[in-house]
Design a protein around this ligand. Structure first.
Ligand code: PLP
Length: 393
C-alpha cells in the first residue's frame, strides 16, 4: 500500500489534497522525497513564521521535550507565565492571556468572555455579536456561525443564536441593538480575500464601541505575530481592542492559540479551561518564535523584506494587466486579485508546476504568505518561478 493509498483509505477526506510528499524544509524552501526543491510562499497558511527547519526553534522544542512537555494547568508553568508577560510587553497592551490550541478555540474563548461580560445581574442580557461578511473565524460550531459566509452554514445546524453579519464596517452601526455585546472583526480578512480594513474607519469604530460599552474583538489568528510587519495588526491600526485572539504564527508550527484581553476580571477560576492549552512545549516554542521575530524586526530585516516583496508583487500587476486587477493586502499578507473570467486556481496550479507554493483566497485572489524570515534570494527565486508560471498561461 502506498502512502497515498493509506491516506485515501484511512484519513477522513475533508481536504482535497495535493499528493506531493514534502519531507524536509529550510526556511522558505521545501523538498519532496525525490529531492525537488519548492519555494514556499504559503508557509503552511501563515503558520511557519520563522521558516521551515529553524534550528533555534528545533533546539528549544527539543530541550523542552526532554525536560517536561505537559503537567496540566493545575500547576505553575514557567514558559506559559513568561510567554504571557512577553505578549503584554511586546504588544504594549495592559492584558492578560489565556492559552488555547487553535484559532477556532481561541475565538470560542473570546466569544465566551464577551458573553460573560454581557451577563450582568439585574440588567438585560447582552449576547449578540456582530461579525463581517466574508470573515473567517474557524470551524467549530460557534466559530463557524461567527463566520460571515452563509455558504458555510448550509449543514451542521442548529447553530448557537446571537450572530449577525454586517456588510462592511459602516453597516455595523445599523445592526447594534440593546442585546449587542461585541463586534468581532479581522483587520485584514485572510480567507475572505486578503482584504485590509480602512484604518480611519477602524479607529472610529473602536472609539464608538468604547463609548457604547460594546467589546471590540479582533481576530488576529492570521494577522498576528508580525504578519503585517508589527507584532499585532491592532498595533498597526493604532487601536486597543478589548480582546485579541492569536494562533497561526505564534508557535511556528507547534499548535497554540491565545486569547488576550484588557478585561482581566471577567472570567473566574472554573469559567474556562483547556487540557493542552499553554503547556510547556507549546509555550516554550512560542517564546522562541517571539525571540527570533523580535530580533528580525529590530534588525530592520523584516521591514526591508516587506517592502521588497510588495514592490515586486506590484510589478506583476503592470506586467500582466490581462491577468491581474490589483495588488491587495499588507505586510507579508498579500494577494493578487485576478481579473474576472480568469481563474486564480489555474495560476496556482501553473505556479506549482514551476515548484512554487502559493495559495488561494476568496474573491479570486492568489495569496502570498511567505515565511517571515524569507531571504532576498528565496524571494527572487520564488518570483522568477511565478513569472515562468504566468508565461505558460
Ligand atoms: C485560520 C483562521 C482561524 C481558524 O484557526 P484554526 O487554528 O484553524 O482553528 C480563525 N480566524 C482566522 C482569521 C484565521 O485565519
Amino acid at each position: 500500500m502506498t502512502l497515498q493509498e493509506m491516506d485515501l483509505t484511512y484519513v477522513l477526506p475533508t481536504y482535497a489534497r495535493n499528493y506531493v510528499h514534502f519531507v524536509r524544509g529550510e526556511n522558505s524552501m521545501l523538498f519532496d522525497e525525490e529531492g525537488n526543491d519548492y519555494v514556499d510562499f504559503g508557509s503552511g497558511i501563515a503558520v511557519c513564521s520563522v521558516g521551515h527547519g529553524n534550528p533555534r526553534l528545533a533546539e528549544a522544542i527539543c530541550d523542552q521535550a526532554k525536560r517536561l512537555i505537559h503537567t496540566s494547568n493545575l500547576y505553575l508553568i514557567e514558559p506559559q507565565a513568561r510567554l504571557a508577560k512577553r505578549l503584554a510587553e511586546l504588544s504594549g497592551y495592559d492584558i492578560q492571556t489565556f492559552f488555547a490550541n487553535s484559532g477556532a478555540e481561541a475565538n470560542e474563548g473570546a466569544i465566551k468572555i464577551a458573553r460573560r461580560y454581557g451577563e450582568v445581574e439585574g440588567e438585560v442580557k447582552r449576547y449578540k455579536i456582530i461579525t463581517l461578511e466574508h470573515s473567517f473565524h474557524g470551524r467549530t460550531i460557534t466559530a463557524l456561525k461567527a463566520t460571515g459566509q452563509e455558504a458555510m452554514h448550509t449543514y451542521f445546524g442548529p447553530f448557537p443564536d446571537g450572530f449577525v453579519y454586517a456588510r462592511d464596517i459602516a453597516n455595523i452601526y445599523d445592526l447594534i441593538d440593546d442585546h449587542t455585546v461585541a463586534v468581532m472583526i479581522e483587520l485584514v480578512q485572510g480567507e475572505g480575500g486578503v482584504q485590509p480594513m480602512d484604518r480611519d474607519e477602524v479607529q472610529q469604530l473602536a472609539e464608538e464601541l468604547k463609548r457604547r460599552d460594546i467589546l471590540l474583538i479582533v481576530d488576529e489568528v492570521q494577522t498576528g505575530i508580525y504578519r503585517t510587519g508589527e507584532l499585532l495588526a491592532s498595533n498597526l491600526y493604532g487601536i486597543t481592542p478589548d480582546i485579541i485572539t492569536l494562533a497561526k504564527g505564534l508557535g511556528g508550527g507547534v499548535p497554540i492559540g491565545a486569547i488576550m484581553t484588557t478585561h482581566k476580571g471577567i472570567l473566574k477560576a472554573g469559567d474556562h479551561g483547556s487540557t493542552f492549552g499553554g503547556n510547556f512545549l507549546s509555550t516554550r516554542a512560542a517564546l522562541e518564535v517571539l525571540d527570533i521575530l523580535e530580533g528580525h524586526k529590530d534588525s530592520g530585516e523584516l521591514d526591508h523584506m516587506l517592502l521588497l516583496f510588495e514592490e515586486r508583487l506590484k510589478r506583476f500587476v503592470t506586467e500582466y494587466p490581462d491577468l491581474f486587477e490589483k495588488e491587495v493586502g499588507t505586510g507579508f499578507m498579500r494577494g493578487l486579485r485576478v481579473r474576472e473570467g480568469k481563474d486564480a486556481g489555474d495560476i496556482i496550479k501553473a505556479a506549482f508546476e514551476q515548484r512554487l507554493v502559493v495559495l488561494k483566497a476568496g474573491k479570486n485572489t492568489v495569496r502570498f504568505l511567505p515565511v517571515l524570515t524569507i531571504t532576498k534570494e528565496e524571494m527572487e527565486l520564488g518570483f522568477a518561478r511565478f513569472k515562468a508560471a504566468l508565461d505558460t498561461l
